[in-house]
Design a protein around this ligand. Structure first.
Ligand SMILES: [Zn+2]
Ligand SMILES: [Zn+2]
Ligand SMILES: [Zn+2]
Length: 188
């Protein structure tokens, strides 16, 4: 007879949770500057001088709970939630949306708005072409590149402006180039 999964039989007591490594209680939830939440083992502590964890180094990462926004869904008027995916992509979605596990169907309002999460970060590195500073750009789909800070994109003429230096970092695309296919670089 197949056992039916019943998650209700596993009570979650976050307060008295024990470290799976050493059995000490976990410290209260703390938040990183980037908004991630974690719980350290109370038998361990971070030493900012040596930049190392002293004692037990167990860290439990918690999922970031969705954040209710002061913005309403354009479809149904319910409040919107800000969600962050595992890969750091952000989206606004309707708080009435849900997932029916039994019917395997989305329920409620299906409004979702992905937030363009292209991140620009100034680097302390000079462009080999023109000597300006480089910036690290992470695109919404997780690709990273270094490009010249003077570069830009002219929407009107659909042409790149400024310095054209670009260096892709995680260039692990499968090598299935047929030679005659030229993929244009994405405008950022
Ligand atoms: Zn521990
Ligand atoms: Zn809605
Ligand atoms: Zn340059």
């Amino acid at each position: 007879m197949p056992k039916s999964k019943s998650p209700a039989t596993e009570p979650k007591e976050e307060k008295n949770e024990m470290c799976p490594k050493c059995g000490s209680p976990l410290s209260p939830v703390t938040e990183t500057p980037t908004g991630k939440r974690l719980q350290r083992c109370s038998a361990g502590s971070w030493n900012p001088q040596t930049r190392q964890t002293e004692g037990c180094d167990y860290v439990k990462w918690l999922e970031t709970p969705p954040q209710t926004l002061e913005e309403n869904c354009p479809k149904c008027g319910a409040p919107l939630l800000m969600i962050t995916t595992r890969f750091g992509k952000k989206a606004k979605k309707c708080s009435t949306s849900g997932w029916d596990r039994e019917a395997k169907k989305a329920t409620g309002c299906d409004y979702i708005e992905w937030i363009n999460s292209t991140v620009r970060q100034e680097l302390d590195e000079d462009c080999p072409q023109c000597g300006s500073k480089l910036v690290m750009v992470t695109t919404a789909n997780g690709k990273k590149m270094k490009k010249c800070s003077t570069s830009g994109w002219d929407r009107a003429t659909k042409q790149a402006t400024g310095c054209t230096y670009i260096q892709w970092l995680n260039d692990n695309r499968p090598s299935m180039n047929n030679g005659d296919e030229n993929f244009p670089s994405e405008p950022i």
